[in-house]
Write a protein that binds this ligand. Structure first.
Ligand SMILES: Cc1ncc(COP(=O)(O)O)c(C=O)c1O
Length: 388
């Protein structure tokens, strides 16, 4: 067995640049220890400049999804099309609004929402006058979905699109930043993301008035004036000024973080080129894939070890690896939801593994991961030869 000793290598951990503390110190020095303050304003402004769209800073990506869907008028009894292959936080806000998710399968080139299937599903729904209120597109693991055909078909049926770019900050599609292709886009600064505020999110929109509305909902929908008057239901969803300070520091190094995530994925890929049955997830030509997580497909018959056994072997070597997301239609929570499509997401789920991808992973640590993966398959082929 390869090296068990040594610090545990985790999947994806925060990586501070050193600039964050200065902004956090300013928040303390000025006593803006609140959900208002100069860091929030600056973080929104800086994010907005980067994306070319107005933005509101929120307490999580999930909160941003919730408000984004509300902006698209999703409400009780509505249906929302949602990729089955995603993290549960994409689908849950549909349920918060008492609407119902309808799950759609992926295509194999980007692992994201299949535009042909989307056309079939919308055509089918239009026939019985049951078009969904909105379509959610997810850019999984840092790679954009095929946005042109998706937007084209949604436009034809006049169904608005929300982009869940929680995992794709820094990525792009045909030169445009992920999360800015549809009317509404969502980002996450959760601790495992490419940059983090420990927890937090951002909502961007085409329309400045929508961002004003979302900001209003995020602060308990307090009507203008000094009295506490409310005419709509709101939430306590604003990001703290302290955490926005972390975000400002992190934003300055986003480009470096994207370059490093890509480098990590390609280092694994190159180290495994001579191995059978292990393949980096597809890198579609339509944009820049950040490879937020380094995802590989394991073909047990040629690799000699199953995906789950490999996770176990890595764990024994003190290395955290995880399966890719379990599709929503396979979850107990959503097993009765309607769905369109076949088994693309299911098949990826069965063989997909995420390897440690933190941008502060040292070359030595990555070497440890590579060694364990190589030893696992080599040991299995030796076993085959001895037992043959
Ligand atoms: C695809 C996807 N959507 C939404 C979210 C929700 O983001 P947050 O954890 O900031 O609420 C996440 C990450 O956690 C995610 O991976």
């Amino acid at each position: 067995m390869t090296e068990r000793a040594g610090k545990r290598i985790l999947l994806s951990v925060p990586h501070m640049s050193g600039k964050e503390e200065e902004f956090v110190r300013e928040a303390f020095a000025s006593n803006w220890l609140s959900t208002v303050g100069p860091n929030i304003d600056a973080f929104e402004r800086e994010f907005s400049q980067l994306m070319g769209r107005p933005a509101v800073a929120l307490s999580s990506g999930t909160a941003a999804m919730h408000l984004g869907l509300r902006l698209l008028s999703v409400g009780a009894g509505d249906e929302v099309f949602c990729p089955t292959f995603t993290f549960v936080a994409t689908a849950n806000p549909i349920t918060y609004l008492q609407a119902r998710p309808v799950f759609l399968d992926s295509e194999p080139e980007s692992w994201n929402l299949d535009p042909d299937l989307l056309r079939e599903a919308l055509t089918d729904r239009a026939r019985c006058n049951r078009l969904p209120r909105a379509v959610i597109v997810v850019h999984l693991f840092g790679q954009c979905a095929k946005m042109d055909p998706i937007l084209e078909v949604c436009d034809e049926f006049a169904v608005p699109v929300l982009e869940d770019a929680a995992e794709a900050l820094g990525g792009s599609y045909q030169g445009k930043p992920a999360g800015t292709l549809a009317p509404v886009g969502v980002f996450s600064f959760n601790g495992n993301k490419i940059i983090t505020t420990t927890g937090g999110g951002m909502l961007v929109a085409q329309d400045e008035a929508w961002i004003r509305k979302a900001r209003y909902w995020s602060t308990q929908a307090r009507d203008p004036g000094i009295a506490y008057e409310h005419s709509e239901v709101g939430y306590n969803y604003r990001l703290s000024n302290v955490l926005a300070g972390i975000g400002r520091g992190q934003l300055q190094v986003l480009e470096d973080r994207v370059a490093r995530r890509r480098e990590i994925a390609f280092t694994y890929r190159d180290a495994f080129t001579d191995l059978n049955g292990i393949k980096l997830m597809p890198q579609a030509e339509h944009g820049l894939h950040t490879n937020w997580l380094s995802c590989f497909l394991i073909d047990e018959s040629s690799f000699g070890v199953s995906r789950d056994a490999l996770i176990q072997i890595l764990d024994e070597a003190n290395i955290e690896a995880r399966p890719v997301w379990k599709p929503m239609h396979l979850q107990k929570l959503y097993h009765s939801a309607e769905r369109y499509g076949g088994r693309v997401a299911e098949d990826i789920y069965k063989s997909g593994i995420c390897l440690p991808s933190s941008t502060n992973l040292s070359p030595h640590e990555q070497e440890r991961v590579i060694d364990v993966v190589r030893t696992a398959t080599e040991a299995s082929s030796r076993l085959l030869i001895t037992t043959a």
